[in-house]
Ligand binder design. Structure first.
Ligand SMILES: [Ca+2]
Ligand SMILES: [Ca+2]
Length: 263
């Protein structure tokens, strides 16, 4: 059965081709704006999560958080033990910190051709709360290689829980093929830190990074969405999204949740 959301999504895709995205989105059931307050907290990125105690957790469970299309159908998701997650955020000085705890019953090695079809944590990030196009002039119908060299406004960050974790940051510099990891750039230019480890129910990722040229202060707001893809042996078979919005979240930053930096 084709769901109402799938019909809407296909409508949106059609409308994007004709450049009238706004019109299509109005027909989607968009929840109230999601808000999260990130506390100022010094975090050590070491896989020990005791320093996250007392920081509120965003729980992403249930079929309503699935992002669906023709390939990623609801039927492929086998419940919260198969695939669900929580995330927390914090900040200290000019650095953002995230802890993503993923429930996954079948942890696969990183072998797929593209980063996002492996086990993959995605942070869709609008660090200056600009909203609008994530990459100037790029819509969902734009072929992925044509993002190279364009002006980037926000980031689609991929974090892979491989034996040596891998990071993908900027798709205007390289198509996110598995071998094009930008982990070194993350370390050198973003003061990036990442740790991953297995847990009883799946795995966790602890991450810290600065955004080049961005100073943080209390009261600032950033836009973001957090997504996790699950590969159980046949590449990505389900994708869960914090905001639960059936929109092209990797292209438009208009429907992100908001994270406010508080003391
Ligand atoms: Ca799974
Ligand atoms: Ca898996």
């Amino acid at each position: 059965m084709v769901s109402k959301k799938m019909i809407c999504l296909s409508l949106v895709n059609t409308l994007i081709l004709f450049g009238v995205l706004g019109c299509g989105i109005e027909q989607l059931e968009v929840d109230k704006q999601l808000q999260y307050n990130a506390l100022q907290r010094q975090i050590k990125v070491d896989g020990d999560i005791s320093d996250w105690q007392g920081i509120a957790k965003n729980i992403v469970q249930g079929a309503d958080h699935l992002w669906t299309n023709e390939d990623l159908t609801r039927e492929k998701w086998r419940g919260n033990d198969d695939h669900s997650f929580s995330w927390r955020g914090a900040w200290y000085k000019d650095k953002f910190y995230f802890l993503i705890e993923v429930t996954d019953d079948n942890l696969q090695p990183c072998t797929r051709e593209f980063s996002w079809i492996n086990e993959c944590v995605e942070i869709q990030f609008d660090p200056r709360n600009l909203e609008g196009e994530r990459i100037a002039g790029v819509v969902a119908a734009t072929p992925i290689p044509e993002r190279i060299g364009k002006k980037i406004n926000g980031y689609e960050m991929h974090f892979l829980p491989c034996s040596e974790p891998r990071v993908y940051l900027d798709d205007t510099k390289a198509v996110y093929r598995l071998e094009n990891a930008q982990t070194q750039m993350f370390t050198d230019q973003w003061a990036g830190e990442i740790e991953t480890r297995r847990t009883d129910k799946g795995y966790l990722l602890e991450i810290g990074f600065t955004v080049p040229d961005l100073k943080l202060k209390p009261g600032m707001t950033v836009g973001l969405d957090v997504a996790v893809g699950d590969d159980d042996g046949n590449a990505r078979k389900s994708l869960m999204l914090w905001t639960a919005r059936q929109v092209p979240f990797w292209i438009t930053m208009d429907y992100f949740g908001k994270m406010k930096l508080v003391k």
